[in-house]
Design a protein around this ligand. Sequence first.
Ligand code: DX5
Ligand code: ZN
Length: 225
Amino acid sequence: MTLSPIIAPSILASDFSRLGEEVRAIEGAADWVHVDVMDNHFVPNLTIGLPVVQSLRKATSIPFDVHLMITDPQRWAPAYAEAGAYNVTFHAEACDDPVALAKTLRAAGAKAGLAIDRDTPVEPYLELLPYLDTILIMTIKAGFGGQAFMPELLDKVRDVRRRIAVNDLEIRVEVDGGIAADTIERAAEAGADAFVAGTAVYGAADPAEAIRKLRGLAAGAMGVA
Ligand code: DX5
Ligand code: ZN
């Protein structure tokens, strides 16, 4: 079954001094708000954490897609589910028991996502797909917004999509990094159905219009337009 595309703007590219307004500017256009949590350990960058997510949760009704680029997600991830995140994604490289954490997140009321960074093969994780709601394939190296899309990483998306088809699984295949009008169709053709976009949305003069354009391109490439 082909689902409609999910467009998830990343607030990493928004104006952090006006986070509430920036999120409200995409209401009615975005499916999820992508929240990049970075801890200066798992990745060199440092962004926002739980207090900001808790505050922002009250500012919008758009579901939150929390992307944890942190060490020790077993310790921190459940609190994001409790804070009302719709989907909580943690990194495979940071977690030694992804199935256990996915179960914990689901028990806390969230969808569970597993992220695969640039240098990590997806093959060892394909058998975990039934325990997950989302698999996020990085199309850059995690850590910073505004990087160039790496099309060679779409082979991992193809591998995941094949396994989903063979086993008839229900899981979102999300891509993150360099997704824009000139790359989203390639990602969709490879099998992605959820698309994070930071710069392409918040760098645009009209973020809501940028989302609609991305959605149209993705839907066309997915054959659900
Ligand atoms: C980077 C983050 C991305 C980032 C994407 O590690 O995970 O979500 O915000 O930014 P763009 O869309 O600008 O590549
Ligand atoms: Zn992200």
